[in-house]
Design a protein around this ligand. Structure first.
Ligand code: NDP
Length: 485
């Protein structure tokens, strides 16, 4: 009789002994003919896929999205087509700079990536817990991230590099202010908002477009960790956020977020007082108020971390009809970089893995590639155009036409007010919040090796708000730079 609980090799044969390798005599040496041993050791060596260069440490959960408001005038996206419609989804939260085993409770933006398994294909909303970003042109991304990672000589984090880059890239000031504020260390992954950050375009059934920005507002309320508590937690339980999310869901306390959009008529983009495609800026909610869309609930933990969280691949280019991109230069770079990272990390067929594959049927002419584990299209027609009834394009789902003008050149963005919105945020904070913001900045800047870097950065704070610059200068025991005075 066959024992249906028997241990097998990866080729399915029963294993005779999983405790003792085959040796010449009881003391060895080990014989190379022990193919079970060889396979076991060789597979173990290959257990890791390359970790993500950014967003390596993550936690994920399954859930659903339910439409609570009719937005069909603005988008034909099927999953948003009617109130009450539910779509399954998977979310991955992450820190940005740390490695896969690094502490959760560090001061860092948090990735907030959502994969909606819609009936029209997958839609990935790959954002952060901040509405803006440090830079606005993808060409600066590798340099920026180098400053956030380890110094190539010391293999230590390098505050001089961090502040040198920021001080020479003043477009970072708004995000730096958010990062250094109380919200830079969320209490848990459940207690933070999420943002699409970039501007996207929604297109309705008539082909009319609007620019939009996404906001996920936490129903748990915003809560943050004080730096001392966070540092203590990083030592005692570096996986604190991961554990908190898992336990909350396990105990039936399902975290939820309301999704809102800001909607901007296309023509406003030409006259708005900021470049609405600049990801270092927000659109004031006084100009474009939040409009409710639906509710996201996370109600199921992954069964297997590697299969679901580590192999989950998100890209802002994973779009469905009714949702399109904007000219945002950072977004345009991400359209390439994210999918490329996954092709490298997980493989050319990463989208066929169970966690990534759409719930609707994929029909196209892509074939082969490493680890093609489905039937690879079987005997169906494998080129187009063809006379054999292969799948065909749907012209009604062509991207909406969009006029562009300009001279092809590498030119800086023409909106260079990096100060007003950072200052607006500073002025929005209470006195206690401002004081904690300044303390966090001062503590972070103290180890910076060159005074010139500190003075340059103080000037930026001063331009955002004179009090802001003055207080950071005081905290660092430095005079206000000449220009600021
Ligand atoms: P509003 O007063 O209409 O909005 C202020 C926003 O700031 C709210 O979304 C609020 O979120 C958020 N906020 C409050 N405290 C903090 C904090 N410590 N860190 C980050 N965000 C915080 O003003 P405006 O829309 O005119 O924006 C003013 C400033 O608010 C901006 O310059 C920007 O820095 C910041 N902000 C703006 C957002 C936007 O989309 N317009 C989004 C987030 C921040 P909450 O309701 O959760 O407290």
């Amino acid at each position: 009789m066959t024992n249906n609980n028997r241990l097998t090799t990866s080729w399915g044969a029963p294993v005779g002994d999983n405790q003792n390798s085959i040796t010449a005599g009881s003391r060895g040496p080990t014989l190379i003919q022990d193919v079970h041993l060889l396979e076991k050791l060789a597979h173990f060596n290959r257990e890791r896929v390359p970790e993500r260069v950014v967003h390596a440490k993550g936690a994920g959960a399954h859930g659903y999205f339910e439409v609570t408001n009719d937005v069909s005038d603005y988008t034909k996206a099927d999953f948003l087509s009617e109130v009450g419609k539910r779509t399954p989804l998977f979310v991955r939260f992450s820190t940005v700079a740390g490695e896969n085993g690094s502490a959760d409770t560090v001061r860092d933006p948090r990735g907030f990536a959502v994969k909606f398994y819609t009936e029209d294909g997958n839609y990935d909303l790959v954002g952060n817990n901040t509405p803006v970003f440090f830079i606005r042109d993808a060409i600066k991304f590798p340099d920026f991230i180098h400053t956030q990672k380890r110094d190539p000589k010391t293999h230590l984090k390098n505050p001089t590099a961090v502040w040198d880059f920021w001080s020479l890239s003043p477009e970072s000031l708004h995000q730096v202010t958010i990062l250094m504020s109380d919200r830079g260390i969320p209490a848990t992954l459940r207690h933070m908002h999420g943002f699409g950050s970039h501007t996207f375009k929604w297109v309705n059934k008539e082909g009319e477009g609007v620019w939009i920005k996404y906001h996920f507002k936490t129903e748990q309320g915003v809560a943050n960790l004080a730096p001392d508590a966070a540092a203590k937690m990083a030592g005692e339980n570096p996986d604190y956020h991961t554990e908190d999310l898992f336990n909350a869901i396990e105990q039936g306390e399902f975290p939820a977020w309301k999704l809102y959009v800001q909607i901007m008529p296309l023509e406003d983009a030409n006259t708005y007082r900021f470049d609405p495609f600049d990801v270092t800026k927000v659109w004031s909610q006084k100009d474009y108020p939040l409009i409710e869309v639906g509710r996201m609930v996370l109600d199921r933990n992954p069964e297997n971390y590697f299969a679901e969280v580590e192999q989950a691949t998100f890209s802002p280019g994973t779009l469905v009809p009714g949702i399109d991109v904007s000219p945002d230069k950072m977004l345009q770079g991400r359209l390439f970089a994210y999918s490329d990272a996954h092709r490298y990390r997980v493989g050319a067929n990463h989208q066929a893995l169970p966690i990534n594959r759409p719930r609707n049927e994929v029909k196209n002419y892509q074939r082969d590639g490493q680890m093609r584990f489905d039937n690879n299209g079987g005997g169906s027609v494998y080129y187009e155009p063809n006379s054999f009834g292969g799948p065909q394009e749907s012209p009604e789902h062509k991207q909406a036409a969009y006029p562009v003008y300009g001279v092809a050149d590498s030119v800086a963005n023409d909106h260079n007010d990096h100060y007003t919105q950072a200052g607006d945020l500073y002025r929005l904070l209470t006195e206690e919040e401002r004081s904690r913001l300044v303390t966090n900045i001062v503590e972070s800047m103290k180890p910076v090796e060159k005074e010139e870097i500190k003075l340059r950065q103080i000037q930026h704070f001063f331009k955002a708000d004179p009090e802001y610059g003055r207080k950071v200068a005081e905290g660092l025991g430095l005079p206000l730079p000449q220009e600021a005075r």
